[in-house]
Design a protein around this ligand. Sequence first.
Ligand code: ZN
Length: 335
Amino acid sequence: MIFMKNSIKLLLLSAAVTLISCGEGRKVKTTDKDTQSPEANVFVPEFNRDSAYAYIEKQVAFGPRVPNTQAHKACSDWLSATLQRFTSHVTVQQARLKASDGTMLDAKNIIASFNPENSSRILLCAHWDSRPWADHDPDPANRRKPVPGANDGGSGVGVLLEIARQMSIHNPSLGVDIVLFDAEDYGEHQDLQGSADHSWALGSQYWARNPHTPGYSARFGILLDMVGAENPAFTMEGTSMYHAPGIMRKVWNVAHSLGYQNYFLNRKTGPITDDHLYVNEILRIPTIDIIDYDPDRDKGFFDQWHTVNDDMSNISKETLKAVGHTVLTVVYTTK
Ligand SMILES: [Zn+2]
């Protein structure tokens, strides 16, 4: 990923949501000015953190999901079969994509749609591939080895699979598309020092130009990237704030109303190149990135980012719950 200059400013938000407990799920009473839905009293299913964790474990067990490898192929088969258990509307979009080193990647974007007939839609997305090179590993001997991708790749997908499972049990009132992007993390090796443009997020660039449904649109989108580490800092990332500030405030308000203000921080950070950039710029769907990013850290991301140690030992069920609970609540309370 590529960073630009940082502008940090505190933004104070006030949440306007109250909660009432109800059975296994929750009833949420919400006043949401961003969506112009003054009163909603709706059921929100309970996000199961153990289930999300198990979905990450399963992905990691295939081995690094690097395009053109057997692990990548096996994982894509498992992802589409798993999503087919939750909805009959699963599309596997295949594409041959050229990486910045010239490699032709056999890529697959995997799309699961709920209520496809509904024109009022929400887009949820994450990348499912993992990085071919651990080029930020402290040990130079590891920097050509692949990344296990538990947090970077696996976590966002794990949360979305659990959300899909919940939606298969409790059908949401809106249309929802879960898009798992391929080839996000094949951006050029750190040694080349950023000589190639647009070398990241190849799958989302392709999908944004060739959506699975012609003329596809959604009211807004939420991208999940690196949402599994302990003590994350989900800051208000600049690309999201540029293209979709209202959606960011809406999602942050929901997170704070649920008690996750220590995860979702009212702190603006610089723009990041991630899948949401292309969804915003090409498809013009206002899309935010929930990403663990603190520019005051050494690498900005979690300690094991782009190392051979991005494994299950760094995945926190509490963090998965905070993200999954928040996103599910957004899906079920949006009118
Ligand atoms: Zn990455």
